[in-house]
Design a protein around this ligand. Structure first.
Ligand SMILES: *Cc1c(COP(=O)(O)O)cnc(C)c1O
Length: 356
């Protein structure tokens, strides 16, 4: 047990009330949460406490100005009971990048890793083995200083909550290519996991849902000619046998699944091109039959196959493939994450076992 963190355990676990075969993503949370407060220019000693409501003043800045960022990551268990995370250092670096853009303080690396390691040892029973099972981890930071003046907060809370997750079946996903609304702009916050980015997408996504599409694939705000990414996922296109995805920028989130898939695909001998992807070339490829696959990539769903898309009222269906890259890469990546496949990249992080 680490002495950097004060641990208060629940009197009784609620795990026996949970049906692990019927989990709806991100709705059931474990027994504990990690909390660390920032005040007077420094992060204070972190604590792990029973999961539960937090009390805040109604004038706290997060409620008024949306000064909030988050991360999404997962822990996995192998058949020997060892717990792993996937490239957690990337999440650590990214939350600090997001925080910096929102004028929030960087978090301490030791606290991040000690917090996760302790929390995961404590919640070990909530992590079920098997490629499709995981524990979804949601670190987030909120501005807690009281007062409605529009300026950065001097107080923050860094919290990590955990939700058991099963395979995420998104069903048949049809998408709309954006040609009116935008998700992000040059010089904006699109690259950050800033809470407000998601709120801003709800309305246009609801409009798309009413028309029968589950997701919007966002295009560049200036011209709507280039395909960028979906609401919480990066997007890949397979044209012929080549895999295409847009380069990251200040408008596009630098997804860890995206960058891992690029390397994994290359290691499997797949031709990958990271370059701006034009709406017109994807429409043309769909028309001439060379567009074979489209899929979203992100931590929650890993890979979410897209079965069709619409651009300016023209609808296209994608073929059903026997040996889809998406299915193959998902199998490979989830096996690697759960310690069932070799990890030549050094991406797996083994959580040290400790008595908490
Ligand atoms: C989180 C997120 C992704 C996926 O990132 P991962 O690190 O792969 O989970 C992609 N796009 C947006 C907008 C996101 O918020």
């Amino acid at each position: 047990m680490t002495d950097t963190i004060k641990v208060t355990k629940v009197a009784e676990s609620k795990i026996s009330d949970v049906d692990f075969s019927k989990l709806s993503f991100g709705t059931v949370f474990t027994d504990h949460m990690f909390v660390c407060e920032y005040e007077n220019g420094a992060w204070k000693k972190p604590e792990i406490v029973p999961y539960g409501p937090i009390s805040m003043d109604p004038s706290a800045k997060v409620f008024h100005y949306g000064q909030a960022v988050f991360e999404g990551m997962k822990a996995y268990k192998d058949d020997n009971g060892k717990i792993f995370m996937f490239r957690p250092e990337e999440n650590f670096n990214r939350i600090n990048k997001s925080s910096e853009r929102l004028a929030m303080p960087a978090f301490e690396k030791d606290y991040f890793f000690d917090g996760l390691n302790t929390l995961l040892n404590l919640e070990s029973d909530w992590i079920k083995p098997g490629n499709d099972n995981s524990l979804y981890l949601r670190p987030f930071v909120i501005a807690t200083e009281n007062g409605v003046s529009a300026s950065p907060s001097s107080k923050y809370k860094f919290i990590i909550i955990c939700a058991p997750a099963q395979a995420y079946y998104s069903g048949e996903v049809k998408v709309l290519f954006a040609d009116q609304y935008s998700r992000s702009a040059d010089g904006g916050v699109g690259f950050a996991k800033a809470a407000g980015n998601y709120a801003a997408q709800f309305y246009p996504t609801e409009l798309a849902k009413k028309r029968g599409y589950q997701q919007v694939v966002w295009t560049d705000a200036n011209t709507h000619e280039y395909l960028e990414e979906a609401g919480t996922m990066n997007v890949f296109f397979r044209v012929g046998d080549k895999l295409l995805t847009a380069p990251t920028s200040d408008r596009i989130l630098d997804g860890i699944t995206r960058k891992s898939l690029i390397e994994l695909a290359k290691s499997e001998g797949i031709d990958v091109e990271v370059r701006p992807v034009k709406v017109s070339e994807i429409v043309e490829a769909a028309e001439n039959g060379t567009l074979k696959e489209m899929f979203g990539a992100g931590t929650a769903a890993v890979i979410s196959p897209i079965c069709g898309f619409t651009h300016k009222d023209k609808e296209f269906d994608l073929p059903k493939l026997e040996d889809a890259y998406g299915a193959r890469l998902k199998q490979h990546l989830t096996s690697l994450q759960a310690n069932r496949a070799e990890d030549p990249f050094g991406w797996r992080y083994e959580v040290p076992s400790m008595t908490v």
